[in-house]
Design a protein around this ligand. Structure first.
Ligand code: SF4
Ligand code: SF4
Length: 159
């Protein structure tokens, strides 16, 4: 693992600089030198009063294989959740006060549960605006022929 610093949180008090045994935490550039960082020592993480440093993995595991049996089971589950949400929304739109509030809350919790199931099964794409902007920036930059531009464009289409 390696330490990384969130510059937005860093207050430049340099505590990490004092505790790091290898001098990896350069507060002038804001960068933590991966080459000098000792695997998982986390002294800087624990010392930082701003919680600006965290540890990240050096390599990440391969994504889960999306097996068709899991995909089918998930589709059935999500279809059922969509029906439940529609039912709750219908009850909410035809009810008053307490019943309306209860049905609205149930519709919302059903949606969240469905999204959690999809996310935990690795079938859900990150859908925030910042992810879209990040991908759009990747497409615009000249990274070279081996960069997977087609995959990034496809992701953008899907989001
Ligand atoms: S200890 Fe935390 S707040 Fe202080 S300089 Fe290091 S990263 Fe920034
Ligand atoms: S994890 Fe340890 S070696 Fe790496 S930057 Fe932090 S204090 Fe230095």
């Amino acid at each position: 693992m390696h330490a990384v610093r969130n510059l937005r949180l860093c207050t430049k008090d340099c505590l990490c600089l004092f505790v790091c045994p290898t001098g990896a935490t350069d507060t002038e550039t804001g960068q933590i030198d991966f080459a000098k960082c000792i695997d998982g020592c986390r002294l800087c993480v624990d010392a930082c009063p701003s919680h600006a440093i965290s540890l990240i993995l050096e390599t990440y595991p391969e994504p889960k294989v999306k097996e068709s049996t899991i995909q089918k089971a998930l589709n059935i589950l999500l279809e059922s959740k969509v029906s439940q949400e529609q039912l709750c929304s219908s009850v909410a739109s035809n009810s008053e006060k307490a019943t309306k509030a209860l049905a609205t809350a149930l519709a919302r919790s059903t949606r969240i549960l469905a999204e959690d199931c999809a996310r935990e099964s690795a079938f859900m794409l990150p859908q925030s605006e910042s992810v879209r902007q990040f991908l759009a920036e990747l497409v615009d930059k000249p990274y070279g022929e081996d960069f997977p531009y087609d995959a990034v464009k496809r992701l953008l289409e899907l989001l």
